[in-house]
Design a protein around this ligand. Structure first.
Ligand code: 9MR
Length: 452
């Protein structure tokens, strides 16, 4: 993990950042509202304040053209503490002609948000869609250079002003392939995504760098697994990725599923933060909105929820009335459900501090694998270690099996993704993991146990 700039006062996502939020962001936010500060005793009465009490944020997409609508801006300023420009930071908006950058509408949103103590999520630096015509017609190394220059220029312009970037948006295909989406960017080479992340890190080392996509909510879907495998690969190779955004546009064709929490927690277990980035739900059923918020709050590394618009009339899917406020700006039942879920939720706890052992243990240990619960598509295993408190256990699964989540240990992976090295993390001598069978039900194999 790359160290953050110490002088950067942007609020940070995540439980490890809460001390920083409490100090650095206090200075930033105190001028506007004490209710933003985590730790306020009473239950919040707005979405942003309630989320902040739980160490999270609650955000919305914002259109610059609507800021002059007083009903819109009144709700925005009252309820939200994170803003995503809906279209104003996209490639066609920020570089309409090659090499000529245009930031007026994006700056307007950023200034509106930051002057009121709200944070900003940048959306988006590299995407197959909403490219300006000059970029749409490019290919090969010229396109690769133009894309990297765009990432560098835009991330540099907003350096210090956005807490996170959707560096790459929607790069995976729908359907059963789990593969990358074909696009002019993809055809520049499979490494275009990691190249974009490295350029963004160089341009703004203080921003969290996220991959963002839709239809990645259902843990069993190939697209979800495809993104998961990319993130796992990036983490294992040191590609600078910090977070994964789940757009979560739910409707009758792409409904909320109860394994959503598993999806969020499985990605988080890879060592990235997760966020719900573009939430809207057809018909705005209160129960589904509540479930989404509860799922986020149940995952320590889920930093916040952003809805994709304020009133139904602001939505890209207005006819589905999918948002928390009706077209007159009145709170809907889903609003009350979300607020209640935030107020009932829990703040993430900081990771336990471990006391280093006084005498360094050495030598070997024994690791015994036991079968756990089995489902239609996956199974659990647990491993009990004896003979050491500081241990390293290597476990292999059989391709095309994939380990989807782990607990009570610190995992790392070889490049194939099939060999997991699990290190003790102070939480005991039993760790566990879930294996997606992908048609193969072989037992995982313990290859070694080493005391250190
Ligand atoms: O809400 C955005 C809408 O105003 C634009 O016309 C549309 C153009 O592609 O993009 C919408 O936002 C999308 C977001 O940038 C990425 N995820 C899907 C969103 C809904 O289409």
């Amino acid at each position: 993990m790359i160290e953050r700039c110490q002088e950067d006062t942007r609020p940070r996502f995540g439980p490890r950042a809460r001390t920083a939020v409490g100090l650095a962001a206090a200075a930033l936010l105190a001028a506007t509202s004490a209710a933003f500060l985590p730790g306020t005793a009473s239950a919040g009465t707005t979405l942003g304040a309630s989320a902040a009490e739980k160490g999270r944020y609650f955000g919305t997409a914002v259109a610059a053209s609507r800021l002059s609508d007083s009903t819109y801006s009144t709700i925005l300023n009252r309820e939200f503490n994170m803003v995503t420009p809906e279209n104003e930071m996209k490639i066609d908006a920020t570089e309409p002609q090659q090499g000529r950058f245009s930031y007026g509408a994006a700056d307007q949103i950023v200034n509106h948000a930051r002057s009121r103590g709200m944070s900003v999520r940048g959306h988006t630096l590299a995407w197959h869609s909403q490219q300006p015509p000059w970029m749409e017609s490019m290919s090969g190394s010229a396109l690769r250079s133009a894309m990297l220059n765009h990432v560098t220029q835009v991330a540099t312009h907003f350096r210090g002003q956005v807490v996170a970037w959707d560096v790459v948006n929607e790069a995976f295909a729908d359907g059963s392939s789990g593969a990358r989406r074909d696009s002019n960017l993809q055809r520049t080479g499979n490494d275009w995504i990691e190249a974009a992340f490295r350029a963004a890190r160089a341009a703004d080392p203080g921003a969290k760098l996220c991959y963002n996509d839709y239809n990645t909510d259902n843990w069993t879907h190939a697209k979800t697994q495809g993104v998961y495998n990319m993130v796992r690969d990036f983490k294992s190779r040191g590609v600078p990725i910090d977070c994964v955004g789940f757009q979560s546009h739910f409707n009758n064709d792409s409904p909320y599923v109860s394994n959503y929490r598993t999806t969020l927690s499985s990605f988080a277990a890879l060592g990235v933060d997760v966020q719900v980035t573009e939430l809207d739900i057809q018909g705005a059923p209160a129960n589904t909105y509540r479930s989404v918020v509860e799922d986020c709050l149940a995952v320590a590394r889920c930093n916040g929820v952003t809805v994709w618009g304020i009133r139904d009339s602001d939505s890209w899917r207005a006819s589905q009335t999918p948002l928390l406020f009706n077209s007159s700006g009145q709170k809907k039942a889903a609003y009350d459900a979300v607020l209640a879920a935030l107020n009932n939720g829990t703040a993430p706890t900081d990771p336990p501090t471990t006391t280093p052992p006084t005498t360094p243990p050495s030598g070997s240990c024994t690791a015994t694998l036991q079968d756990g619960t089995r489902w239609g598509d996956r199974f659990n295993s647990s491993v009990t270690v004896s003979g050491a408190s500081n241990w390293t256990v290597v476990v292999a699964v059989t391709p095309p099996q994939k380990v989807s989540s782990t607990w009570s240990g610190s995992p790392s992976w070889d490049t194939s993704g099939n060999v997991m090295t699990m290190r003790s993390n102070g939480s005991g001598n039993v760790f566990g993991f879930t294996t997606m069978a992908n048609g193969n039900w072989n037992r995982p194999v313990v290859q070694s146990c080493t005391a250190s």
